[in-house]
Design a protein around this ligand. Structure first.
Ligand SMILES: *Cc1c(COP(=O)(O)O)cnc(C)c1O
Length: 452
């Protein structure tokens, strides 16, 4: 079930595109024709095109809908139900022995899933653990990495963070006896929706004596802005401030190098770009330099105990010397199956490099089409620099018509996006299952909806 997959369509051997090359390729838009013929041509030249058939797309009257909401809930892989059924059968036939027998034995599955997820975030296999859900993991990571003192107790985060992140931090501060004023916020400049790296670095600099933790997004959920994780981490480390990232909108969307960048911890969910089903398990990265530190406190449970002696059932806690050491409970095997299936498709694609190459093309074509057809009626909040965006474009309707009405009209025309208060339609063409023809149909339908 969880064996390493099949043939690879893309190649992870492709040389990495340097920053400068990528800018020169993508900043200058090619001369698109913006017709259906061209979208078809782009699709037939797309080496990852066949992956679309690995997914179940929603349909209306026998025709696939345009699904641009993979940033919110990724689509179901065709094989998920079959692989779930296989584990249900294993449960039926082997019952408790399924922990030790079968392919794989349930005892081996969590580490297997975690190590297969590691390449998606640029981690060593032992630096990733799949467990709980995103917000729970943020709390667990704050229990470890937020160690306030008299003078160093502040937490830097964005002013418009995703509500759950904000609520987690505020409640965590209260639990630890810290005032809500301990939060230092970074926000876009007036008149902009985007966070400037310069401003983040300056804020770190300014509060370097009092910051005990930095928590930022990889990709901002509202604007789709990809932050300069590497530079920001470097600055935090200059001053010895622990730094973590919420990668909900970054994982499976953009390539990440968490180990190389030296990030302390990161948390993400697997139901967005990782297509593992509604409310599926979260992922967590803990840098290997922390794995054997005995001075770091944590909330513990028996599944974080080192594996060799876990079943000796001694009361003392000896943590596993890797990210698995932060687990609490006996992991939910059924919930891990869809993650395995999904990771198989990422492996088939050849990993994040080929997916990112297609994603840049797809989103570039999307932006160019919007600018060509709807420039006076739609504005794009997402940065135009390819170093600063992933799949998603955040669209603001600049006509009299309320954006939310347009979003609903799109949905009635079988074109799915999502609405985020106060102003934004988020639309994410995903390289695993979206096509250039989807983009073409999206823009045509949006033009129709605006014309009504
Ligand atoms: C999707 C998302 C969450 C969701 O958290 P759960 O605990 O999985 O419900 C949290 N933070 C951000 C930034 C998100 O985008």
């Amino acid at each position: 079930m969880c064996s390493i997959n099949r043939t690879r369509i893309g190649s992870s051997q492709e040389p990495a595109i340097s920053h400068r090359q990528r800018r020169s390729i993508w900043v200058h838009m090619p001369d698109y024709q913006f017709d259906l013929e061209e979208a078809r041509r782009l699709d037939s030249a797309d080496p990852l095109g066949p992956l679309r058939s690995d997914f179940l797309l929603p349909e209306t009257s026998g025709k696939s809908d345009v699904y641009f909401v993979g940033n919110s809930l990724g689509l179901q892989p065709r094989k998920t139900s079959e692989e779930l059924q296989r584990v249900l059968d294993q449960w039926q036939h082997s019952a408790v022995h399924g922990h030790f027998e079968g392919d794989p034995a349930w005892l081996d599955l969590p580490e297997m899933v975690s190590s297969r997820m590691a390449p998606l975030v640029g981690a060593k296999p032992e630096e990733v653990v799949v467990m709980n859900t995103l917000t729970v993991n943020l709390h667990l990571m704050m229990a470890t990495f937020y160690q306030p003192t008299e003078t160093r107790f502040r937490v830097l985060m964005e002013e418009h963070a995703f509500p759950s992140d904000h609520q987690a931090v505020v409640s965590h501060l209260a639990l630890r006896g810290q005032p809500a004023e301990a939060i230092v916020s970074v926000a876009p400049e007036p008149g902009s929706s985007l966070l400037s790296t310069e401003h983040i670095l300056q804020t770190i600099e300014e509060h370097r004596e009092s910051l005990a933790l930095i928590l930022l997004p990889g990709v901002q959920y509202y604007t789709g802005q990809l932050l300069e994780v590497s530079l920001i981490t470097q600055k935090a480390q200059e001053y010895g401030i622990p730094i973590g990232f919420d990668l909900a909108h970054a994982v499976g969307n953009v390539p990440l190098q968490l180990n190389d960048w030296g990030v302390d911890f990161a948390c993400w969910c697997t139901y967005k770009y990782l297509n593992s089903g509604p409310g599926s398990l979260g992922g967590c990265f803990i840098h290997s330099r922390h794995a054997t530190r005995r001075d770091l406190p944590r909330l513990a449970g028996w599944w974080g105990h080192e594996r060799q002696t876990r079943f000796e059932m001694e009361p003392d806690f000896v943590p596993s010397a890797d990210a698995q050491g932060w687990q609490l409970s006996n992991p939910p095997i059924l919930a891990m199956v869809p993650i395995c299936t999904s990771l198989g498709i990422f492996e088939e694609a050849g990993g994040m490099q080929p997916l990112r190459a297609k994603s840049l093309r797809l989103t570039d074509y999307f932006r160019a089409s919007l600018e060509h057809k709807l420039q006076d009626r739609v504005s794009v909040l997402t940065p135009a620099d390819p170093e600063q965006y992933g799949c998603q474009l955040s669209l603001e309707i600049v006509t009299e018509q309320p954006g939310k009405t347009i979003c609903n009209r799109l949905s009635r025309s079988s074109v799915h996006t999502d609405w985020r208060e106060p102003h934004v339609i988020r639309a994410a063409p995903v390289p695993l299952y979206n096509s250039f023809q989807d983009v073409h149909r999206f823009v045509k339908t949006l033009a129709d909806c605006l014309g009504q």
